[in-house]
Design a protein around this ligand. Structure first.
Ligand code: GLN
Length: 555
């Protein structure tokens, strides 16, 4: 079968859920039995998202093959329960970088390298590479129509359409219909203008997805039909999700769009027959558990860079938040997360006592010295007061520092990321990181294997104790792959000291050099990992450590 394309573009304003809409439609296609892939186009000149400020762009998403990408890729993976490659992200920087490299090598000898055809050709080449083996590829173009920087990509889509024929490609515009408070009326004008701007690029949308506070009424649908020349049945309402009480979830969106018949309408437009009837039972079940949870647990997430101006940017830890939601849905509870800036514990000596009122503590990934001593105090409190603790990457490193200081008696123990002259560098730079000067894409990135020891809690959580078909248990080291993004590691010179004082190194790299998982015995739950298991969590398959953590919090 030839690959079919669904192009998603944004109109009016950004940040209205284009990524979630794309992920939802992808899931609707997957439910119909198709092999689906999703590409995110980011029109910025950065080669990837690795060097972007998290307070502006949200947390960076890491793929198995070590790509550092915008969170939208996270949404796709979470909704589809499938891993994508760094090739599923295309940026302007990547396009120009490869064109310039090819030009210098002499690949275009004699030619003038120009915007047309070289830029659209490079964009199409990358799209086709991802399309291999997929029935349907969704392409989400970042930004909004009218932005200078997405013109090359719209041009490339038109050029792709010319090549493959219009039955094999459709366009969906996600817009926003504001309701100005002084008139309390939903306005369709900005959407009309967005359609006009898209047409200036030769593209007539096949579907308009209308975001807004409320559902689009028939009058406005008809108006848009008239002004945008698009059948009202293809104008789809996507109002803010309502939820029940204080519970709400984006995972309801594919179910809502299904009610609007969008999945079948897209198949019709692309002249496709569904391969199987969508079966949403497990999905509905999980959504139901999020909306009507039986219990509530409170988790303190102690991190930094939470405040920007008057706003708390909880997007900095979006994958951790989502992984908690997945685990909560599985365990029929709701997780209320309180984001606490760790600096708070540094200024107020008794402040850390407030952690008593939480069912669990998470210290997520982080960089730099800001708030580090506060995080260490929080970890100490959780360890000493039997409060479930989950440490992620920096959260493992600081748990080791805390343990070294307070249990191994190495009072000045530290990570050399913060104090390079400590006499006890329990966390030190990875040897292969020592001579790296370039910042972009040079961390230890992507999926690495850990050998998890039989008899540990981590082993149990990852299913090591599951009974084999033969009726026996495996009792052999379990290979676990999780994604990484770091430059520092537990210093091998201190492994013995940590173990002698009671820490269990539950998982190591296959050469035994890198600590991947730690845990403490005689504690409700004290587990940390050098990896980021949140990157492999999806609604129907929560990450094992998050699942275990939530269960421990429920006890
Ligand atoms: N800053 C630490 C390192 O580079 C931890 C990174 C992280 O938490 N992702 O090793």
């Amino acid at each position: 079968m030839v690959t079919k394309y669904i192009i998603v573009v944004g109109g009016v304003i950004s940040g209205v859920g284009k990524g979630v809409a794309t992920a939802s439609i992808a899931r609707m296609m997957q439910e119909r039995g198709f092999e689906v892939s999703v590409i995110k186009i980011d029109p910025y000149i950065n080669c990837d998202a690795g060097t972007l400020r998290p307070t502006e762009h949200g947390e960076v998403w890491v793929t198995d093959d070590g790509g550092e990408i915008d969170q939208d890729l996270g949404n796709y993976e979470r909704f589809l329960g499938k891993s994508f490659s760094k090739n599923n992200n295309i940026t302007t920087g990547q396009i120009y970088r490869s064109l310039i490299e090819k030009e210098r090598k002499g690949d275009f000898l004699g030619e003038t390298v120009q915007f047309i055809p070289h830029v659209p050709n490079e964009i199409k080449r990358r799209i086709k590479k991802v399309s291999d083996g997929n029935d349907i590829v969704l392409i989400e173009i970042g930004g909004t129509v009218g932005d200078y920087e997405n013109v090359p990509f719209l041009f490339a889509m038109k050029s792709l359409e010319n090549e493959i024929g219009s039955d094999n490609i459709c366009y969906l515009l996600v817009t926003y219909l504001p309701i100005p408070s002084h008139i309390e009326e939903m306005k369709s004008k900005p959407t009309q203008i967005a359609v006009k701007l898209l047409r200036e690029n030769g593209i007539q949308p096949d579907f308009i997805l209308c975001r807004g506070k409320k559902r689009l009424d028939e009058i406005r649908k008809k108006k848009l039909e008239l002004y945008a020349n698009i059948k009202s049945e293809n104008i789809i309402s996507m109002p803010d999700v309502m939820g029940i009480g204080t519970s709400n979830t984006l995972y309801i969106i594919p179910l809502d769009l299904e009610k609007e018949g969008l999945g079948d309408k897209i198949l019709n437009r692309l002249k496709l027959e569904e391969r199987k009837k969508p079966d949403w039972r497990d999905w509905e079940n999980a959504v139901q558990k999020i909306l009507v949870p039986e219990k509530v647990i409170r988790v303190a997430m102690v991190g930094k860079y939470l405040d920007i101006g008057d706003y708390q940017l909880t997007d900095s830890y979006i994958s951790v938040n989502e992984a908690l939601k997945h685990a909560a849905a599985k365990n029929n509870c709701k997780v209320e997360i309180e984001w606490i800036d760790s600096k708070e514990f540094e200024n107020d000596l008794m402040g850390v006592e407030k952690l008593k009122w939480f069912n669990g503590l998470i210290v997520p990934g982080g960089f730099g010295s800001s708030g580090v001593e506060g995080k260490i105090k929080a970890i100490q409190f959780a360890r000493e007061n039997n409060i479930p603790y989950l440490g992620l990457c920096f959260g493992l490193q600081l748990a080791v520092v805390e343990f070294a200081r307070n249990k191994c008696g190495l009072l000045d123990a530290h990570t050399t990321e913060i104090n390079c002259s400590t006499l006890n560098p329990v966390i030190d730079i990875l040897p292969e990181q020592k001579n790296i000067n370039e910042k972009g894409g040079t961390m230890r990135l992507g999926a690495y294997m850990a050998m998890v020891k039989d008899g540990t809690r981590v082993y149990d959580l990852y299913g090591g104790n599951e009974v084999l078909e033969s009726g026996e248990q495996a009792h052999k080291p379990l290979e676990v792959y999780e994604r990484h993004r770091h430059r520092y590691e537990v210093n091998p010179d201190y492994h013995k000291c940590l173990v002698d004082n009671g820490m269990i190194l539950s998982g190591l790299s296959s050469d035994g050099r890198l600590v991947e998982f730690i845990e403490l015995p005689n504690h409700k739950f004290f587990i940390a990992t050098q990896a980021h298991p949140e990157f492999k969590s999806s609604l129907l398959k929560p990450a094992p450590l998050f699942d275990g953590f939530v269960r421990a919090c429920l006890e």
